[in-house]
Design a protein around this ligand. Structure first.
Ligand code: HEM
Length: 139
């Protein structure tokens, strides 16, 4: 398993824990309302589970299993995907902060940072979607 996949999946598992913890707090508070301010966690809960957990798990596994080039650099220039990892997680942190500081542009900034991350992942892995040349030649 490539090092970047380990990073993506470990980060995803951390967000799974955060997502389920916030979900459990929201659920408990819905049953017995003990702290109405907990509703402020809802945007974080959604972000943790959709981007932090599901998306990062998918990116990490995709980086691992997409067809390789069969050369010294089987996954192409990995720096694109490493930069994607950094931007997606930076966007997560900015998004968490933006939920607590009354500055709406920060939330938009977080989405843009994450979008940039997805774009870099796409650039770095686009060529891998085609079968390797040696496989085509063997057919
Ligand atoms: C992959 C897993 C999950 C995803 C993608 C997810 C996503 C979401 C989304 C999109 C909402 C907003 C729904 C709305 O406002 O109508 C939500 C609300 C909520 N989630 Fe989750 N969730 C997940 C797991 C969980 C878990 C494990 C728990 C509990 C332990 C939980 C508890 C809640 C609660 C209590 C709400 C508020 C519901 C309400 O508006 O009354 N979620 N979740």
């Amino acid at each position: 398993m490539p090092k970047l996949t380990r990073f993506f999946i470990r980060a995803a598992l951390i967000y799974l824990l955060l997502g389920f913890t916030t979900g459990a707090l929201l659920l408990a508070n819905e049953g017995i309302p003990f702290a109405p301010q907990l509703w402020a966690l809802l945007p974080n809960h959604i972000e943790f589970l959709f981007i932090g957990w599901l998306t990062q798990l998918a990116l990490g596994v995709a980086f691992w299993i997409l067809p390789r080039f069969g050369s010294l650099t089987p996954r192409g220039d990995e720096r694109w995907s490493w930069a994607a990892f950094v931007l997606v997680n930076l966007g997560m942190i900015v998004s968490i902060v933006s939920a607590y500081v009354g500055f709406p542009w920060l939330g938009i900034g977080a989405s843009l940072i994450q979008f940039g991350g997805f774009l870099l992942f796409l650039i770095g892995n686009w060529q891998r979607i085609y079968p390797p040349k040696w496989l085509k030649a063997a057919k």
